[in-house]
Design a protein around this ligand. Structure first.
Ligand SMILES: Nc1ncnc2c1ncn2[C@@H]1O[C@H](COP(=O)(O)OP(=O)(O)OP(=O)(O)O)[C@@H](O)[C@H]1O
Length: 303
């Protein structure tokens, strides 16, 4: 479990994290979203004890990182894919990390196999591709078999196979009952990976809710209707809380009423229906709608 309360971090005049509070539950993947500079990496670094909060606190299983006797057994993180000694092999790097945290050598082989690094484990890290380096970071995070995992942009630069591998791994870790906290700018990927979302905008929480509620807020049902007589059906459906947007003589979009009720009404007035399709927003649409006001630099129309 990761808990933040009144967490705040300032760098000089700049407020990176502005008094945020949240509780991340075990057994689910929490996606951490927000425009560039929103404060995601800072929050994750504070969780890992790599920086000190200016106010408030963030705890892992009830204690700040620095107060855990064996932190690697509590929490693993991939925050910076490049932070390795390039002259060492992946296996050497993992063995040193294990030795300094009293983790048995056998666990090194386990995480090497788990992350698909067996064929390159004895090669120097400087010869690793970005994907291999990301896998090495995940192997290191898994060394202490921790119940909490924090991944900052783990799929950056990965090929499609690597992206799928990270997605499946992250889902499996949550299914095992671990707390997984993952940031990414890739909305399509987050939509397939996260159960819950926390969205930051300029250091503050602007959403903290299940993925499904974020994408389709209650009461915003939309249905695409194709019928022989759009006008007649629209007249029959008109009412408070219902919005009908005509597209052509046979097609309209209805909001505030579900497909079942539309079908029933069409039967009552004897209008033939050709199509009734509930429409869902994409995570990207919902995200852009929410964060539009929080973007530091908006792109112009020119390339
Ligand atoms: N060490 C630092 N010194 C000064 N300012 C910092 C430092 N670290 C972060 N910041 C500032 O704090 C703000 C939040 O940065 P942070 O890296 O946490 O955002 P982010 O959401 O992770 O962004 P991105 O998606 O671009 O990685 C930014 O304005 C950044 O410039």
């Amino acid at each position: 479990m990761i808990t933040a309360s009144g967490l705040r971090k300032t760098y000089g005049e700049r407020t990176a994290v502005d008094g945020i509070s949240f509780a991340l539950e075990p057994g689910r993947v929490t996606g951490f979203l927000g425009p560039n500079g929103a404060g995601k990496s800072t929050t994750m670094r504070l969780a890992m004890g790599l920086d000190r909060p200016s106010a408030g606190q963030i705890t892992i299983n009830g204690r700040p990182y620095a107060e855990h006797r064996a932190p690697l057994r509590e929490v693993g993180a991939v925050l910076d894919a490049g932070a390795w000694h390039p002259g060492w092999t992946g296996e050497q790097q993992l063995r040193i990390l294990a030795a300094t945290h009293a983790i048995p050598k056998a666990r090194v082989q386990e995480v090497i196999e788990m992350t698909g690094l067996s064929s390159v484990a004895t090669r120097r890290i400087k010869s690793y591709s970005l994907g291999m380096t990301q896998r090495l970071g995940i192997a290191a995070a898994m060394l202490g078999d921790p119940g909490v995992l924090i991944f900052d942009e783990p799929i950056n630069g990965l090929d499609p196979e690597g992206v799928r591998w990270v997605r499946q791994l992250v889902r499996r870790l949550a299914a095992q009952g671990r707390t997984v906290f993952i940031s990414s700018h890739l909305m399509s990927e987050m939509a397939q990976t996260a159960d819950h979302l926390i969205v930051l905008g300029q250091g503050r929480i602007i959403a903290d809710q299940p993925l499904g509620d974020f994408i389709d807020p209650a009461g915003e049902t939309r249905v695409l209707v194709r019928t022989e007589d759009a006008q007649a059906l629209m007249t029959a459906l008109a009412g408070a809380q219902i919005t009908l947007v005509c597209q052509d003589a046979e097609t309209f979009e209805a909001r505030g009423i579900d497909a079942r009720s539309i079908g029933r009404r069409a039967l009552e007035i004897g209008v033939v229906i050709h199509e009734l399709t509930p429409l869902h927003s994409s995570l990207e649409e919902s995200y852009l709608r929410l964060t539009g006001n929080y973007v530091e630099h908006r792109s112009g129309g020119l390339l």
